[in-house]
Structures are given as C-alpha cells and as structure tokens.
Design a protein around this ligand. Structure first.
Ligand SMILES: [Zn+2]
Length: 262
C-alpha cells in the first residue's frame, strides 16, 4: 500500500471514531485550596463546641502582637523576624495576636478560632516560608483548666489525624502561657522512625496552654476568669500529612501540584 493510501485510511478511521454526539470530557472540577480545606475541617470540628471563626487582618499593632501577650522587648521573634511597615504596626507573626481582642471584647464566656496569614523574616526553604497560615483557638470563661485544654486538643488532633491517632503533651514555654505544652502526634509518615520524625516516631504539630494571669489582666478580664489556647501551622500539617517535600508551592496556584491534596 502506498503512503498516500495509508494516510487516507488513518484519517478515515480517525474521522469515523469521532462521535460528535458523545458528551465532552468536561472541565476539571476544582475544590478548596488545601490550606482552606484544613481551616474548614477544624472550623467544622470546633463549631459544636461553640467556636466561631474569626479571620484576622494581615496587620497587627505591636501592642497586640507582642506587648499584651507578654513578649519581652528582646524576644527573637520581635527583634529579628518581624516585618514592620510602620512604627508600632507589624505584619502579624502569629495568630495568637488575635487573642487580646477576644479577651478584651468578651462580656461573657467566649470561644473563637483565629485564622490568619502570618509573616516572619526568615529565609524561605523547603521546610519553612516567610508567609504561612496559623489557626489558634481561644476559650475564655471562669474555671477552665488542664482537663478542658486536653479535651480541646483531642478535638484538634482528631479532626486532623483521626479520632484514635496517638498524641502527647510535652511541657514547653510560651510568653503568654502560665503552663504551656508542645503537642506531638505519632508520626503520620512512618510506623517506627523516619527522616521526618528523626527516628522518634513522633512529630510536633502545635501548642497549647493555660493563659498567664498577667495577660488576662492586661486585656481587662475579671479576676476569676481563665483562658486556654491552642494552635497549629497549616502548611506544616500539610507537609506531614501528605509527605510534601517542599511547602513553597503551597503559596502558588499550580493545579498539578495542588491536585495531590484532592
Ligand atoms: Zn516518622
């Protein structure tokens, strides 16, 4: 068979296999950005417990970002890692800076889930970014203590990793807590030790604590009021849960990269 005849046959087959009456492939249906999906998952988990989401603005006063939370003047986050566009105003370095407003505005028991984009003057790497998302929970009312904190952390860990996922508290220190803990969970990337958990089988995912009395007083809370807070960084959670080796593309809109979170 000559080449011309072969081409004609190929074109004929292609034309006959094309049925314009069949439905098209249709557009790919998107979903929430993975960061948004985590926020929505936590919001849904905490809604039955009376927590309402409060979106934080990008800017915070130095007073609410540091002073009212007990950060000393020489704290490294304050002196080395903060972007300050105007004197007395900073790009929010942590979602905890939303805590003073919740405490100040509380006229009765209050519970909020603070969601904010945060910024720190750090060199971007595959493990960290100068821009990231934090979620902090804050509950304020008389009589809150460690049992309530543990209960709320159980909700957080359960929403992120499932209800039976092992988790632990390690004593730690934060400027605004009287008693503070780092929250660790069983490493979601292995069952006994890997590079992600440095062979420990556990990874830190966030923090929690009882707020210090002087923080409550500085924000105008009554003497018998207590507060617990907890929080986590969303991009770090996504890196752990999906084994993402570089978190920087999470800031972009590459549909191919983001499809792995569907
Ligand atoms: Zn591991």
């Amino acid at each position: 068979m000559q080449a011309t005849a072969v081409n004609q046959t190929t074109q004929q087959v292609a034309a006959e296999s094309h049925d314009p009456g069949l439905p098209g492939a249709g557009p790919r249906v998107g979903g929430p950005h993975p960061v948004t999906a985590i926020v929505q998952r936590l919001a849904e988990a905490f809604r039955p417990w009376g927590f309402a989401v409060r979106d934080l603005p990008l800017l915070a006063t130095e007073q609410e970002n540091f002073d009212l939370l007990g950060y000393p003047d020489d704290h490294p986050t304050r002196t080395q890692l903060t972007f300050s566009p105007v004197r007395g105003v900073v790009l929010r370095t942590h979602a905890s800076s939303g805590i003073p407003a919740v405490l100040r505005e509380a006229t009765g028991p209050a519970r909020s889930l603070l969601v904010g984009t945060c910024f720190r003057n750090e060199r971007p790497s595959q493990f960290s970014s100068s821009q990231f998302t934090q979620i902090d929970g804050i509950a304020v009312e008389p009589g809150l203590g460690l049992p309530e904190l543990v209960g709320l952390l159980e909700v957080m860990v359960g929403a992120l990793f499932g209800p039976d996922h092992p988790w632990w508290l390690n004593r730690s220190h934060y400027p605004f807590t009287a008693v503070g803990f780092a929250v660790e969970v069983a490493c979601p990337r292995c069952s006994g030790g890997c590079g992600e958990c440095h062979g420990r089988g556990r990874v830190e995912i966030g923090s929690g604590g009882l707020l210090a009395r002087d923080v409550l007083a500085a924000c105008g809370c009554q003497d018998d009021w207590t507060a617990v807070s907890f929080g986590c960084s969303v991009e770090r959670l996504l890196r752990l849960s999906h084994g993402v080796t570089d978190i920087r593309p999470l800031l972009g809109g590459d549909a191919g990269f983001l499809a792995q979170f569907d």
